[in-house]
Design a protein around this ligand. Structure first.
Ligand code: VAH
Length: 318
């Protein structure tokens, strides 16, 4: 059975129904710090309130539901982390340490996402390699690099089946992301439908890797179901589906909504963070070792995002 910790987040809220559609409602246990997301996860599979920092309760749930795979989706994202780095470290690393320790004690596989945020200004920005220098300048990035090293350590030292990917910015239309540097690429679609105009917090020339949620969801299944003998890497694989600047996503939306306009009000914190991240990553190792092959690009994603968000707007959901 699968345990998803942080089910209410941007990824968790879509991971739960997706996994339940594949593995069965009752085989996927959703947990979050409170029950706000209960009942919004697409169906009534098991839900438990869990503070991922409470190791006792965490371990009890793993035993109660006979969990064999833990997806730890708990994190304060990059921009939020910079407002309270001590809390970001406490939450991000506390949740991961509990996931790894409880995984070790109970024989569970452990998936924890890493991120393009694990890279820094001294990392090659174009075609960022799988194995390269990683000196991130945000607490989020420090947590992600530490998480990668911890996860590899738990695999080599204790034999825990740890696997993860370095996600780019993830674009989705179910749960709004919070506190991310790439969130502009989600907010722009809502603004295009609602206001026909958008004020962008990211500089016009900054390219970042991005991915549509359906590709992110299938990547997690593909990696966790991959033949371990073929994995040269584990924590974590570069994966990306597209990269663009604010100007490029603006142009894609304007092709569909000609009256759409955009201005810039650059957020200095998000500018510094986004300029320290890759322009585009080399994800050839993921493609070779477990068949990563994204289906969504800027064009078909923009069609789908505008369609779904226009329907949500018509239904007065925002
Ligand atoms: C953020 N969306 O912007 C998250 C993620 C790769 C970006 O880490 O912080």
């Amino acid at each position: 059975n699968i345990l998803i910790v942080g089910a209410g987040g941007q990824i968790g809220s879509e991971l739960v129904p997706y996994f339940r559609s594949i593995y069965g409602n009752n085989n996927v246990v959703a947990t979050d710090i409170n029950d706000k997301c209960k009942g919004t996860l697409g169906d009534d599979g098991p839900f438990e309130v869990l503070d991922a920092l409470n190791g006792e309760e965490f371990a009890q749930l793993v035993k109660k539901y006979k969990i064999d795979t833990i997806f730890n989706m708990v994190a304060l994202l990059s921009a939020t982390g910079e407002k309270n780095p001590q809390l970001a470290w406490k939450i991000n690393m506390g949740a991961l340490m509990n996931s790894l320790e409880i995984g070790r004690e109970n024989g569970c596989a452990v998936f924890t996402p890493s991120s393009i945020g694990a890279f820094g200004t001294s990392t090659p920005h174009d075609g960022t390699p799988q194995d390269t220098v990683m000196r991130p300048s945000t607490i989020y990035g420090v947590c992600k690099v530490t998480g990668e090293l911890l996860s590899d350590y738990y695999h080599s030292r204790f034999g825990v089946d740890t696997r993860s990917v370095r996600f780019p910015g993830i674009i989705s239309n179910v749960t709004l992301p919070g506190g991310g540097t790439t969130d502009y690429a989600v907010e722009i679609y809502y603004a295009a439908i609602k206001d026909k105009s958008f004020t962008c917090p990211i500089p016009k020339d900054v390219s970042m890797d991005m991915m549509y949620m359906p590709d992110a969801l299938s990547a997690m299944v593909q990696l966790m179901e991959a033949n371990p003998d073929k994995l040269v890497h584990r924590n974590s694989f570069n994966i990306t589906a597209m990269h663009f600047t604010p100007e490029e996503i603006f142009a894609a939306i304007k092709k569909r909504i000609p009256e759409f306009t955009m201005s810039y009000n650059v957020d200095p914190v998000k500018e510094a963070i986004s300029r320290s991240w890759p322009n585009w990553m080399d994800d050839s190792c993921a493609r070779e070792e477990w068949g990563w092959n994204p289906k969504w690009n800027l064009e078909n994603m923009t069609d789908d995002m505008l369609k779904v968000i226009a329907e949500k707007y018509a239904a007065k959901l925002f």
